[in-house]
Design a protein around this ligand. Structure first.
Ligand code: AMP
Length: 636
């Protein structure tokens, strides 16, 4: 289903639509016959009115608990087939159907819509002004859902007319408030505050409470079982997002066994794991401190979950679990080549990007977005794509969700074949050193990527968490880093003796910015990276003659000062690249401007070069440091 696609196909003329409506009417007649038989076969179909009552109750409250309660009541009564449909039928089709079924003029409907802003209510009011000669039979939930599903699945030429016809018939049969919600369901937005997680919790609770013994439980036991049940159903749904499979299993098996009966399988798309945004590399380092992580390029394309069933069927699903196989006939044709013979079934997580075959490089997202999304014919395809695989969730009959990313990546690499211009493994780098990461980030941007994905790599938490925006995956986009791109020029005022190989030289230095107002050097960071061995030697040579026994009175060190092994008379200015700036009780840059007693410090500073052209008083000022600090928050 193509949620939200504009359905007002301008190429189809009014007459064409009328003709198609006639054809569809014929089909409808046959349908009616079919329905009669269906009704005769099923004695107790749930009235759609019951569902509408629940929708109304949900709409009248914003309290999640109450909404859940209403749903629980409904599910206890019904336990029907429930289809999580996302229809997104275009407004123009709906307005036309409302007009056709109520006899109101299109202009009048448009006006009401502009005034009311909700097509559901417009439909409801339009019906009110219409007198019905022959009251239709009451709508039932299975019937309405069957029709919604049909509408969602219609494709191609005469689909518009057929959709209108079905909607029209539904509207004619509506009573009470039914029209309002049917229309909203068609639009794909009920707007009653009913989130998927609430539906799942309510389903679980309905199962627990339909146990006759539940009435005798203490409040504590009840609460605990309800919570636990919701957890089970939610985690099952994450792996197998299909009410069609979960609900029958819930009715048939005890809750504790649900996971055994509802496991993930190729052919049913999982909700993908998502990443948490970060503003800086230091935030990444802080988050993953003491744990191994891996960095991958963040490709700027479209997510693709590729499935292969044991019977050989291959499908590609979008981030929203939409089947995209027909949109990528060129990819579908090639996939088989990338699979090793020993790989019998799988689900892999990938990104599709536009690819320049000549220059062998990724093209920007804008190029990919020019590809047609519907009725794609292979011979018309102009924009080539390449697939970058970054995860494997299922392999040869087994779920890999609970294994670590390290294992999943390894298995993926063993099971597929990198194929020039077509299929690649996402570029990755496992070093946890900030300079390597910075370099990798720069490379990713040069290669038309959006930045990096940094992922927990090999401990027990490095699992694949479907549908979660997890903190175990962090995204670092180049745009987020805009505020800290500038380097600063700082004065060397102290040093620490080197350790290990570096005992003969200084291993790290204390740097300060300059405050022209007070004429003081304010400490701002300690720096130990970015130097070559050669540079360290030279600096030792130069600086050892400037050593002073105690810090000068124009050094502002604060109450908890950092204590270098030696102090220098200020002579040298160095250009330094910080990864981040933060408020610190130890450093004094701009003290009093952001905090009364704390200053600002550079985090993970990297040495770039000596500024021979600058005097110490020309160093970056305290005000500038404060400005850099405040600027980096502008992407909050
Ligand atoms: P965002 O849409 O900004 O939340 O970023 C998440 C999206 O980045 C995912 O849905 C993927 O489509 C895409 N992506 C690109 N490269 C990777 C990667 N190496 N790992 C995970 N997701 C990726």
């Amino acid at each position: 289903m193509d949620a939200g696609s504009p359905d007002n196909n301008a190429e189809t003329s009014e007459q064409d639509v009328d003709m198609e409506i006639k054809e569809a009417e014929k089909e409808e007649e046959e349908e009616r016959e079919e329905m009669k038989a269906e009704r005769a076969a099923t004695k107790q179909l749930v009235p759609y009115a019951a569902l509408v009552k629940t929708f109304e109750k949900c709409e009248q409250t914003t309290k999640r608990l109450e909404i859940t309660e209403h749903l629980v009541m409904l599910f206890i009564q019904l336990c029907p087939d429930y289809e999580g449909l996302e229809l997104g039928i275009g407004e123009s089709i709906i307005m036309r159907a409302i007009g056709d079924s109520t006899g109101r003029k299109p202009d009048a409907i448009k006006k009401s819509y502009q005034k009311i802003g909700d097509l559901g209510t417009v439909a409801q009011e339009s019906k009110r002004s219409q007198s019905t000669l022959f009251p239709a039979a009451a709508l039932t939930v299975p019937h309405v859902f069957k029709k919604l599903k049909e509408i969602a699945m219609f494709e191609g030429q005469s689909s518009q007319a057929r959709k209108i016809k079905i909607i029209q018939n539904l509207l004619v049969a509506c009573k009470g408030n039914e029209a309002k919600y049917i229309i909203r369901q068609l639009e794909g937005k009920l707007r009653i505050g009913l989130a998927e997680q609430t539906v799942l919790a309510a389903l679980a609770q309905a199962v627990v409470l339909s146990d006759p013994k539940s009435k005798k439980w203490s409040t504590g036991t009840r609460e605990e079982r309800l919570l636990r049940a919701a957890e089970v159903v939610k985690s099952v749904y994450n792996q197998l997002p299909s009410y069609d499979m979960i609900i029958p299993a819930l009715l048939e098996h005890p809750l504790e066994e649900l996971l055994d009966h509802c496991t993930m399988r190729p052919g049913i798309p999982l909700k993908p794991m998502l990443a948490h945004p970060t503003k800086s590399l230091t935030e990444v380092l802080d988050r993953f401190e003491g744990q191994n992580f891996t960095c991958e390029y963040k490709y700027d394309g479209e997510r693709a979950q590729i499935h292969k069933l044991e019977d050989g069927t291959i499908s590609i699903y979008s981030r929203n679990s939409e089947n995209m196989s027909q949109r990528y006939p060129d990819v579908m044709e090639k996939i088989q080549k990338w699979i090793k013979p020993s790989t019998t079934s799988f689900i892999i997580d990938c990104e599709t990007v536009a690819w320049d075959k000549e220059k062998k490089r990724i093209l920007p997202f804008q190029v990919l977005s020019t590809r047609k999304r519907k009725d794609v014919k292979e011979e018309d395809i102009k924009v080539q794509v390449a697939i970058f695989a970054f995860d494997c969730l299922y392999l040869n009959g087994e779920s890999l969700l609970q294994t670590s990313l390290k294992t999943r990546r390894q298995k993926m690499m063993e099971s597929f074949i990198r194929t020039e211009d077509e299929f690649f493994f996402a570029e990755s780098m496992d070093s946890n050193n900030i300079e390597d990461i910075q370099h990798f980030l720069d490379e990713s941007i040069k290669n038309n990527c959006e930045g990096l994905m940094v992922k927990l790599y090999d401990n027990e938490h490095a699992t694949y968490e479907p549908s979660k925006r997890s903190r175990n995956w962090l995204k670092v986009k180049k745009d987020y880093l805009a505020g800290v791109g500038d380097s600063v020029d700082l004065v060397v005022i102290g040093a620490f003796h080197g350790k290990g190989k570096r005992t003969a030289v200084y291993g790290a230095f204390l740097l300060a910015c300059y405050d022209p107002e007070t004429e003081k050097f304010q400490t701002v960071c300690k720096i130990g990276t970015g130097f070559s061995e050669e540079q360290l030697k030279t600096f030792h040579e130069k600086l050892k003659d400037t050593v002073i026994p105690t810090p000068r009175s124009d050094f502002m060190l604060g109450e908890n000062p950092i204590k270098p092994d030696v102090w220098f008379k200020p002579t040298q200015v160095w250009e330094v690249q910080p990864a981040d700036l933060s408020v610190s009780p130890v450093y004094m840059a701009g003290v009093g401007q952001v905090d009364p007693t704390k200053g600002i410090s550079l985090r993970f500073p990297r040495f770039l070069k000596i500024r021979e052209d600058k005097e110490v008083e020309d160093a970056t000022s305290s005000d500038q440091i404060v400005e850099f600090y405040l600027n980096q928050g502008r992407n909050d």
